[in-house]
Design a binder for this molecule. Structure first.
Ligand code: PRX
Length: 656
């Protein structure tokens, strides 16, 4: 399965000697303390039980913390009951914080909405009644295909409130990707919008839903449509309903029913090493405990005074855990921005920080590198003095990007938390604690309290410090995935078979001389493009489904801004006319099959692909070519002249 050794990325890491100890003034006010590590070390399960009880309201207390008898299938807080939506909305109103702002929404065209916790609660209750009136029941699945607008949050919480699992599909995915996700989860309802605003234009979403439903997603009985842009939409009477009309007619009152801690909360599809995306299943009590704990401690949240902004889309796990569930469980005030950073100008984010007085910013290294490219004169035009903590997620942050982030955005003052986690882990696992940890640029550093990790060799032995190995999690954690939707064997095989009793994350890592963790990138066929996970094999399958393509190999080539860029090598079918536009044609095809984010940056038509004598494509060599490196060892190739041909053709590659 692993095609690369984790040592591959090691040479990129220079020795890093810079250290940033916590500022004493910050530490004196910090939410986190080193006592958390001690408590968790002394009694890990007791620690999580205490967090669950202190951070959340339970309708029925639990008596067991973890049931691991059926490992790797975990149950946390099993006999406890709670309602996730009640914990994220109503209880803040009950505690007298109904007038606190939950969401400052900023639309890309500049329209704004302010939603208090009292208003959020009222919207969620109404939406829960809409779902019930459409026949959605506890245990059903609802697909959500929306832009970054408050209705996405309301829809997710309304599902949680009635015990229906949501499956949010990122708005950038194609009709085909939406169809396969609806089919896999057998969703009975789709919540979408006419469209949204992106890069100064109204983009459409509803047509993709219509196409998905016409091409086989036949479990869906209704489509609820938010009016965002006002553009014309096709309408199927009886099936399609306007959100605003349904909400207007819905009852105001809805009493949240207690749910079992293990009630499915959501399914979120993510790319793996094989063809179809996996439906990662998360449940209620353990997930909410860990997202609330990490959001509070990793971001040093002071809910009365902080204004928090996580720039992720709700279509990704970061949006689930750190836009919706973590911040709202903690009663935070947050910013939600619909659009892109350069619309209408490259200072838009910084204008938003100044406008709302954002204190905590959580974003991805790819965004930071883009801002570096645009230049520090742009953020310098805005007042960023409200910022007091900066976070990073999605891929390793290069030490220089870390330093720039701290100096230019954080005025050389703010702590930076580099947070490692995954769709599967549900919540942050490895990260400094602000006010406690002395940080190092580029390192995610230490497992959080209550989390156990190790770095193993190929043979499954812990490797010494300074040596690369595979990152594993050695104990179950509350927000862990409960499985892959409909495929328990794939769950065991993917995560629990590489090393016995250990969760295999798919990342390479090393510990430095102090024992701090450095992430070295994926060790499987998963690429990371702008912090988004893409599968090489999924894109290869999409390319091969084009009538002109006989064979395809896809690699992620290092890219200064996006981390990796998709680079495709294709062999055309005999008789297929290459034509000047084959690159554009194939790129569009991939966009239709998966979505715009999966479009190859470079496409190279080749006569042969480098293969071993047993027929395995040697992606390592293709990556060498794509990154314009000296081509490595070719002795295992069936035909070693292939690489010369490919390398000489690189300059004629179709490039976007
Ligand atoms: O390779 C790691 C990388 O992103 C993968 C998880 O992707 P996804 O499930 O889409 O979730 C992304 C947001 C949590 C990981 O296997 N990754 C994520 N955060 C970091 C990271 N790599 C290095 N450092 C990080 N902070």
């Amino acid at each position: 399965m692993a095609t690369d050794t984790p040592a591959a990325g090691l040479s990129n890491l220079a020795q890093e000697d810079r250290r940033f100890p916590p500022d004493p003034a910050f530490a004196a006010q910090a939410v986190a303390s080193s006592a958390l590590y001690e408590q968790a070390r002394a009694d890990r399960l007791g620690f999580w039980a205490q967090q669950a009880r202190s951070l959340l309201d339970w309708s029925r207390d639990f008596t067991t913390t973890l049931d691991w008898d059926d490992a790797p299938f975990a149950k946390w807080f099993e006999d406890g009951q709670l309602n996730v939506a009640y914990n994220c909305a109503d209880r803040h109103v009950a505690a007298g914080n109904g007038e606190r702002v939950a969401i400052h929404f900023e639309g890309e065209p500049g329209d704004t909405r302010t939603i208090t916790y009292a208003e959020l609660t009222a919207l969620v209750k109404k939406c829960a009644n809409v779902l019930l009136s459409l026949g959605v029941r506890k245990g059903d699945r609802v697909a959500i295909y929306l832009p970054m607008i408050p209705e996405a949050v309301v829809a997710m919480l309304a599902c949680a409130r009635i015990g229906a699992a949501h499956s949010v599909v990122f708005g950038g995915f194609s009709a085909d990707a939406l169809r396969s996700r609806i089919q896999d989860a057998e969703a009975s309802l789709v919540i979408t919008s006419d469209g949204g605003y992106r890069r100064g234009k109204a983009t459409a979403l509803k047509p993709a839903v219509d196409t998905a439903l016409a091409s086989g997603a036949d479990t869906v009985s209704n489509v609820l449509v938010v009016r965002r842009t006002g553009q014309d939409v096709e309408w199927t009477p009886g099936r399609d309903l306007w959100w605003h009309e349904a909400m207007e007619q819905a009852d105001d009152e809805h009493v949240a029913e207690p749910m079992d801690a293990e009630q499915p909360l959501f399914i979120l599809y993510t790319s793996g090493t094989t063809g179809n995306p996996k439906g990662i299943l998360h449940t209620s009590g353990g997930y909410l405990t860990q997202v609330a704990f990490t959001h509070r401690n990793v971001f040093d949240l002071h809910p009365q005074t902080d204004v928090y902004w996580c720039t992720a889309d709700v279509g990704w796990v970061t949006g689930h855990s750190y836009v919706v569930y973590g911040p709202l469980a903690n009663g935070a005030t947050q910013v939600i921005y619909e659009g892109t950073p350069e619309t209408p100008h490259q200072g838009r984010w910084w204008e938003i920080v100044a406008k709302f007085g954002v204190t905590i910013l959580y974003t991805a290294p790819t965004a930071i590198r883009t801002f570096m490219k645009w230049g520090e004169q742009i953020p310098a035009q805005h007042d960023l003095s409200s910022l007091r903590l900066l976070g990073s997620v999605g891929e390793s942050i290069n030490p220089e990007a870390w330093m720039w982030y701290r100096r230019v955005i954080g005025a050389d003052r703010t702590p930076i938390v580099d947070t490692w986690w995954q769709t599967e882990t549900g919540a942050i696992m490895v990260s400094p604690l602000p006010g406690v940890t002395t940080t190092k640029p580029g390192s995610a550093q230490v497992p959080l309290p209550g989390i156990s990790v190790d770095v193993l060799s190929d043979a499954g032995e812990p490797v010494p410090n300074e040596q690369a190995g595979y990152l594993v999690l050695t104990e179950p954690w509350p927000a862990m995935l409960r499985g892959i939707w409909g495929d328990p064997d794939r769950y065991k095989e993917t995560y629990w078979s590489r090393f016995e009793h250990r969760y295999f994350a798919g990342d390479g890592a090393k510990r430095d001389e102090d024992g701090d963790i450095w992430l070295l990138g994926r060790v499987d066929d998963v690429m990371n493009v702008s912090g988004h996970r893409l599968s090489t094999i999924e894109i290869e399958s999409a390319l091969v489904s084009h009538p002109k393509v006989a064979e395809a190999a896809v690699v992620g080539a290092a890219d200064e801004t996006t981390g990796q860029a998709v680079c495709a090598f294709v062999i055309l079918r005999s008789g297929a006319q290459e034509g000047p536009d084959i690159g554009t044609e194939l790129r569009e095809h991939v966009a239709n099959q998966i979505g715009g984010i999966a479009k190859p940056r470079k496409i190279l038509v080749v006569a042969e692909l480098p293969k071993t004598r047993s027929g395995k494509i040697m992606r390592r060599l293709l990556r060498d070519v794509a990154e314009k490196r000296h081509i490595g060892d070719v002795t295992t190739l069936a035909d070693s002249s292939v690489m010369d041909l490919i390398a000489s053709g690189l300059d004629s590659a179709s490039q976007e």
